[in-house]
Every structure is written in C-alpha cells, then in structure tokens.
Ligand binder design. Structure first.
Ligand code: AMP
Length: 448
C-alpha cells in the first residue's frame, strides 16, 4: 500500500511532487520521501510521518532540479522503519539511482537469499531493494536495458518509478495489479498512482501506463516499450472497493461511480427493512449513496469522521488501533434515535471496527442495526501490495456470515457477492481483475 509520483521537465519538480504525494496520502501514512535530480546529482529527503509533517520549505529547497520522484508508504513487506522509507537511493557503477515502488514482489525473498549468498549486502528489509541489486548486477548496456533485465527476473505486483540524473523510468507489471497513470502539466510529464494527484497540480491525464509497459522520459521526450512477457491483466479489485480515492479515475473508470454501483448491487442482493441508510465515512460513503438510491431509503449522516486522525487501520500497532475507532468516528443521535439503520462499509477485515461501530450506533439510540458490506468476505491475505493481516486474523477466513454478525452484534449482516462485485466493476466473468482477497485465486506463483 503505497503511492508514487514522478515528474520530469518542470522547474518546480519537487514542489509538485510534494503536492502529488499530499493528494495520495490515503495510500500510505507511515513515511514519505522525494528524490530530485538537477541533471548532475540526485538528492533524497525522506522521513517517517505524513507528507505535510515530513517536508518543510527548507527541505524542499534542498531538492532542486527539474525531475523528481516521490513515495508515500504503508508497509506491506518490511517493517515500519526509516530504513524502509522510499525512495531508496544508491550509487552503483552506473551512477546514482532512486526507486519508488507500489506493489509487492512475490519472489523477492527467494531472490534476496540468492543475492546474499553471492555477497550482496542489503540495507533495508523491503522487497523493493531487490530490484536495485538486480539492476546493479545486470550486464546489459544502458539503464533501460538493465531495468528490463531486472524486471524479467521479478514476479508479482509493481508500479515502479526510477530516477537517474537524466532519466525518469516507469514500469508496470504485466498483470497491471496496481494503477499508474501518465499526465502532463505544462511541458512536463507526470506519473502518479492516482489521477487525483494530477487534479491537484492542475495536470491533464494522458492515459494509464499499460500493464507490462516501460516508459522512459528524458531529454529526447517520452518513449514506450513492452519488453516484458505479455500476461492476462489482473488489476486489483480492492483498489475500487476501498483503497483508491473516490475522486480518482482508476483503470479507466470513475471510482465514485463504481462504488455507487457496488452499493446499488448490494441493495439488490441484501435488502433490509429499515428507515435510514448511513455510511461509515469515508470508505463507505459512495457505496451507501448507491444503496440508498437503489433501495429508496433516505441517506443521512449517522457517523461523523474526525479529520484530525489518520486511518485507524493504518496504525500498525493493535493497541493504537483499539482506541482508533472512537477517536475517529462519532455518532449523530438526531439521525439514529429509534431508527432501524442500514450502515454501509466497504469491508470487514478483523471485525474490530464493525463491532465498535454497531455498539456506538446502539448507544446513540439506533433500534436496529443492519450492516451491509460493499464487497464479499475478505478471507484471503493479499500478496500484491495491499496490507492485510495473516489468514488467522481475517475474521471471514474462519467464521460464517452468521457468526460474524453475532461477533459484531448486528441485527443482520449482508455482503455483496463476488458475481455482484464483478458485474459492478465491468468484469462479470472475473477475468480481468484480481479478486484473490475474496476468492483465494492467486494469479502468480507465491514463493517464500
Ligand atoms: P477491521 O476492524 O479490521 O475489520 O477493519 C475494517 C475497516 O478497515 C473497514 O472500515 C475498512 O474500510 C478498512 N480497511 C479494509 N482493508 C483495509 C486495509 N487493507 N488497510 C486499511 N484499512 C482497511
């Protein structure tokens, strides 16, 4: 779970990278970093924390030059430490190199063991470092050829940005698990995980980086190639369900509209005798609107989200998470008192949040609480870059829907079906999206 941003050919490259990361803060809140190139030298600044706290005018002023890449991180592989913050930057025989990665290399551990056996010294525990070692060891001529050589040895999910003193290179894995788009602001090219980053800097969307595409931007302009073995696409369906921001266009579709369709389909599949529909903000809002529209029930604000805390789940430690829900959400009595309430959220992971929300709604006077989830039960961990706990911690891996309803103390619980989810994202046969977190059907070998 990370967001990346890159820009080439702009006098204020690092300032725009800062804004691009800010717009993508929802993709990772543990650490943030930017590497800039002034054409001769790369400079990186990265630290733990939110974008607005990590950077100051002074630090941005040290990141001069016309190209930059940036990264916001939530750890999915490797712990939450500064050494794992990105961009990772090294100097090797080809010069300086920085990399920002969204995704997860599924064969990184095996490759790392091989590399270490032949003398490589790793400086982080992040899977991303593997690609740097492979590039440094490649015997091919030229940076682009070395990147391709490295990528041909890697499996799994990656939307990658590389920066050298004179090139910005982007690559997306052949399955296209994670998003990556190309845009333009004035004469500069921009790369970002989500289109919302382009909107903030008043950039224009050109297109997605295609699955399996490598894009090189330098003084000669932009060139693209498809040097990796073609594979059937399997874009991450959970980006649409939860991860991306509703104002983004993801894989060519509006996230907001897609989430409304998820909610409408949920209303069809899982109706409830109720008086009002409310959302768990922010993740459930678009789906709740879709549910309300389709069911004919009024949509009201029943929970208010404090804007002064981050995502609770995103706090890695369980003790903080425990407090989190109350810090983050408060119930609106005027909406809830004596009402039969449908509450819509996008997913249940451990069940902790839902249980607290149901309790909160009842204490605020709700007569009945009907929980509706705009995706199927999350029963399988993700190995492609979404942080999910181990299978044991996923409540749906070991409990039936009725058991989960009892655990969260809801009067009823209904999930969207996998077929309904597929229909809402325009993939009724389940062929172009990865839905492993719901189905257990992993689409790449998983080596440990
Ligand atoms: P839990 O209390 O573990 O059941 O968490 C459920 C809440 O976490 C839901 O409100 C989701 O919106 C949110 N959520 C689902 N998946 C993730 C994820 N991978 N990272 C952060 N939050 C998530």
């Amino acid at each position: 779970m990370c967001g990346v941003f890159g820009i080439s050919g702009h006098d204020e490259a690092s300032h725009l990278a800062y804004l691009g990361l800010h717009a993508q803060q929802h993709r990772g809140q543990e650490s943030a970093g930017i590497t800039a190139s002034d054409g001769g030298r790369l400079v990186t600044f990265r630290d733990m924390g939110l974008v607005a706290d990590v950077f100051s005018q002074e630090t941005l002023a040290t990141l001069s030059g016309k190209s930059a890449i940036g990264h916001v991180r939530y750890s999915t592989a490797g712990g939450s430490f500064l050494k794992n913050a990105q961009p990772l930057m090294v100097a090797y025989r080809g010069g300086q190199l920085a990399v920002a990665h969204n995704g997860n290399f599924t064969n990184a551990a095996a490759l790392r063991r091989q590399l270490e056996a032949s003398g490589a010294i790793f400086q982080s525990d992040s899977d991303t470092e593997t690609v740097i070692h492979l590039i440094a060891r490649s015997t091919k001529d030229g940076f682009e050829a070395r990147v391709i050589d490295a990528l041909n040895q890697l499996e799994g999910a990656y939307s990658l940005l590389f920066l050298t003193k004179d090139q910005l290179v982007a690559a997306r894995d052949p399955k296209g698990f994670r998003p990556l788009v190309i845009g333009r602001v004035k004469n500069a090219y921009v790369l970002a995980s989500e289109t919302t980053a382009l909107d903030l800097i008043e950039g224009e969307l050109i297109r997605e980086v295609e699955p399996g595409e490598v894009v090189v931007i330098d003084e000669q302009g932009l060139r693209s190639s498809f040097p990796l073995k073609r594979q059937a696409p399997s874009r991450c369906i959970f980006e649409h369900v939860y991860f991306a921001r509703s104002d983004s266009t993801l894989f060519g579709e509006s996230v907001y509209e897609t989430r409304k369709r998820l909610g409408a389909q949920l209303a069809k599949e899982q109706p409830a005798s109720a008086d009002v529909v409310i959302a768990v903000p922010d993740s459930g809002v678009s789906a709740a609107l879709g549910y309300a529209n389709a069911s004919g029930l009024p949509y009201e604000v029943g929970l208010i989200r404090s804007h002064y805390v981050g995502r609770t789940f995103i706090e890695p430690s369980q003790s903080i998470r425990h407090f989190g829900v109350k810090l983050k959400l408060s119930a609106v009595r005027a909406t809830l008192k004596d009402q039969r309430v449908v509450v819509v959220d996008d997913s249940i992971v451990r069940g902790t949040t839902s249980r607290k929300i149901v309790k909160m709604l009842r204490s605020a006077g709700a007569r009945e609480v009907h929980l509706r989830i705009s995706s199927p039960p999350t029963a399988w961990p993700c190995f492609y870059g979404i942080d999910t706990p181990s299978r044991q911690e996923l409540i749906a891996a070991s409990h039936s829907v009725d058991e989960i309803a009892r655990y969260v103390t809801a009067d009823s619980l209904g999930y969207l079906s996998l077929e309904g989810l597929g229909a809402a994202v325009g993939d009724p046969k389940g062929q172009t999206f990865c839905h492993a977190c719901f189905s257990g059907k992993y689409l790449t070998p998983l080596s440990v």
